[in-house]
Design a protein around this ligand. Structure first.
Ligand code: ZN
Ligand code: FE
Length: 257
């Protein structure tokens, strides 16, 4: 299993340190919005930075890149479809992100919706999905449509069930409150929410979850479920034609929850 260390940043971001396979002192860092916590972990633990991976252009994901590079020069990988000045390897759907010094390779998935060019990195039983899929939730639609986000989430949901989901924020408890408003009778969801509260009570991350867990508890992956559909239609006050319309209705509901 991939060794991944969370570096908490700001109020609720996770910057992920991905250790090399068989080379644990060499690392890649995912979405470093802030340089200070990353530089200090690298220096404290004597880690060599071999790559920076970016999922999308928002400042809380790229804001630390320049200041990290000044102390720890490394190649920067990021989405082909977004203008990020520090990115020197631009990636899109079907590309591979190869990091030979770390014995790592990731397949790139285009997952637009939160932003127009958002990508995810999939490999070694893990997916780094930025602000597209969260534990029990999904990102807001800043630059995309419900149809795009539905497709992106379905792409992630189709990954193997045991895939670990490394999203970029600890939004889990508030996402779970909403998920339970949508699906009050989902017993997997209720059990997961109880566990998550205990985990947060001890100050630990609820991330990563797995794709299998998300399929069972995340309302945004469950727009085909009758319970989610009827909750969405009740909220919208009208029949909803398809899963995209259901997704749009619950995304809007969550925006105002
Ligand atoms: Zn974002
Ligand atoms: Fe973010």
């Amino acid at each position: 299993m991939l060794e991944v260390t969370p570096v908490p940043a700001f109020s609720d971001n996770y910057i992920w340190l991905v250790h090399g396979v068989g080379e644990r002192s060499r690392v890649a860092v995912v979405d470093p919005g802030d340089a200070a916590p990353v530089n200090s972990v690298l220096d404290r633990d004597g880690l060599k930075l071999d790559a920076i991976l970016i999922t999308h252009h928002h400042p809380d994901h790229v804001g630390g890149v320049e200041a990290i590079l000044r102390q720890h020069p490394a190649p920067v990988y990021g989405p082909r479809g977004e203008r990020i000045s520090t990115v020197d390897h631009r990636l899109g759907e079907g590309d591979e992100c190869r990091l030979p010094s770390l014995n790592l390779r990731f397949r790139i998935l285009d997952v637009p919706g939160h932003t127009a060019g958002h990508i995810a990195y999939f490999g070694h039983g893990a997916v780094f999905c930025g602000d597209t899929l969260f534990v029990a939730g999904c990102g807001r639609l800043f630059e995309g449509t419900p149809a795009q986000m539905t497709q992106s989430l379905q792409k992630l949901a189709a990954l193997p069930a045991n895939t670990q989901v490394f999203c970029a924020h600890e939004y889990t408890l508030s996402n779970l409150r909403f998920a339970q408003a949508v699906e009050p009778d989902n017993t997997d969801l209720a059990a997961f929410a109880e566990r998550a509260q205990r985990v947060r009570g001890r100050g630990l991350p609820t991330v990563p979850s797995t794709i299998g867990i998300e399929r069972a508890i995340n309302p945004f992956l469950r727009c085909g479920e009758p319970a989610v559909q009827s909750a969405a239609q009740r909220k919208a006050g009208q029949p909803l034609a398809d899963n995209t319309a259901v997704f749009g209705a619950i995304r809007q509901w969550k925006d105002n929850f």
